[in-house]
Design a protein around this ligand. Structure first.
Ligand SMILES: [Zn+2]
Length: 222
């Protein structure tokens, strides 16, 4: 009898833990977008950022306005939007890939697809007014952002938030982030921080926190 009770308890706990583990599953996943071969595309410094859809780049010493194909920028260029796009492009150089009536921008040196990233992070809408090469993928990226209440989709009114299930908190992947500490300091830093001039010891963010380091107020790491 006692064994049976323990067995039942075990079953109950197993079922409960399975229920908790299978929290809300998103419908949309990220599309796979292969970068085109663009070895002949010019490498252009970003001169100015107009919004999450328009940038000015330097092509052969000429300032050229680039409207990113497939991206309708967030209506309000507010602080959050500005921070996002500046983190992505300020001071960077990009490859501009021209297709007929289309412009795709890839951040150097890793060829990071900027048009797609803006949609993935929810700082623009997929522009469906004219067909373009990645329309299906961009709509998918928009769904991805929408479902996770990212960027502009985060300001959803109440009627909308009732319809969409709550987004799971987006936790930073601390295992993947490297920060830097010094031999004697108690703070952790971004690689670019000037406090790292004497010593700079890479450490995983998770470990830095576990060892009691706190974020530097100058470079403001995650
Ligand atoms: Zn710092």
């Amino acid at each position: 009898m006692k064994n049976k009770n323990i067995f039942l308890l075990f079953v109950t706990l197993t079922v409960l833990s399975l229920c908790t583990a299978s929290s809300y599953k998103f419908n949309s996943e990220l599309p796979v977008i292969e970068n085109p071969a663009f070895s002949d595309a010019p490498l252009c410094p970003v001169v100015r950022i107009i919004d999450c859809g328009t940038i000015i780049v330097d092509i052969n010493n000429q300032e050229v306005k680039i409207e990113l194909t497939g991206v309708k920028p967030a209506e309000k260029y507010n602080k959050e939007t500005a921070v996002f796009i500046e983190n992505l492009l300020k001071g960077e150089s990009v490859y501009v890939v021209n297709e007929p009536n289309q412009k795709y921008v890839y951040r150097a040196p890793e060829s990071f697809f900027v048009n797609a990233e803006i949609l993935r992070q929810g700082y623009g809408r997929a522009d469906e007014t004219t067909p373009f090469k990645y329309l299906a993928e961009f709509k998918q990226l928009q769904e991805f952002a929408k479902e996770r209440n990212k960027g502009i989709w985060n300001t959803a009114d109440i009627s909308q938030s009732v319809r969409t299930p709550p987004a799971a908190p987006v936790l930073p992947k601390e295992n993947d982030i490297t920060v830097y500490v010094t031999k004697t300091g108690k703070k952790y830093h971004l690689a670019t921080c000037s406090y790292l001039s004497k010593s700079s010891i890479p450490i995983k963010l998770k470990d830095a926190k576990a060892r009691g380091y706190s974020p530097c107020s100058k470079c403001n790491p995650p």
